[in-house]
Design a protein around this ligand. Sequence first.
Ligand code: ATP
Length: 353
Amino acid sequence: MNDGKKSHGGAKRGPSSKKSPRVTLIEGDGVGPEVIGAAISVIAATGVSIDWDRRSAGAAAMRQYGTPVPDALMESLARTRVALKGPLETQVGVGYRSINVHLRKAFDLYANLRPTVSFAGVHTPFRDVNLTVVRENTEDLYSGIEHEVAPGVVESVKVITARASTRIAKFAFDYARRMKRKSLTAIHKANIMKLSDGLFLKCARGVAKRYPDIKYSEQIVDAACMRLVTNPQSFDVLLLENLYGDIVSDLCAGLVGGLGLVPGANYGDKGAIFEAVHGTAPDIAKKNLANPIAAILSGAMLLDYLEHQREGDRIRASVGAVLRSGKTLTRDLGGKASTTAMTESIICAFART
Ligand code: ATP
């Protein structure tokens, strides 16, 4: 069970200067402004000063600038190389398959990290889950190569390269070693996709040899899903290609209480974007009902990255304390608290961390 104190950190940005770091802020669509507003308040309460460079994207930018990805946003990201981002709505027919995929590709944010831990006080059938999903972010069936071969016959191309597979495996093993995790499981379907998933596994095995301190294993994705819902405690770090990672990481969020609780980050060699796992949740947008914890914990991962890990740990401890007490829970967790009430409780809990 999460004691609320363990760092969720991925890579770090490197030595921080004394100045307030400049970070691009994208509030996003739907529940985005509410949950990102909560994350900003909690970060401010830690005392870390951040120079936020606010930029719009998605549907909000479409309304304002006529494009979901304005140049000003891309220029800001190119300058700051780090962002906190709310969920974005990708509108049909405006030239982007997915804005998130576009941003990840543009800045080569090849590693998606989702630390998924059980919290005391959150009722689910599963206890003591503590696993991290590491998902390759740039290729696989997300390459966007699709064509109609003949009427009624389409092909969607799955691209797997040795370069991308080796670098994501290295990222996952480095993460496992840094976070003192014990084992790593590569998840695949190489029994069917012998060449593509076979290459992914070959690269993972090659990297695994350099990390004898981390126990390496492999599992076929369907069997892994079964094991995740029967014995999730047996997993530690999971390494997956893009599509399996997308699906399995939402499954993992379900194990610990849902999308409102799981943070996420996308790392490249030169930058990172921190974002909650959930989408825009239009059904509860602008109602002060959204659970802000996923965004707040993504903010804690941002602080780790900016080398303010102590403050990141304090946020995690406060979130853990609020959930444990069970007094202030949003609707998705079976309570009646609003987004703002939960945010205030987390800030109040700082006094006890
Ligand atoms: P999108 O199209 O942007 O992915 P969506 O509604 O299809 O939006 P999610 O936003 O991931 O997908 O939401 C799925 C469900 O989970 C919705 O019913 C939503 O209300 C709920 N949900 C998502 N995020 C939260 C949150 N932060 N707090 C509470 N409920 C949430």
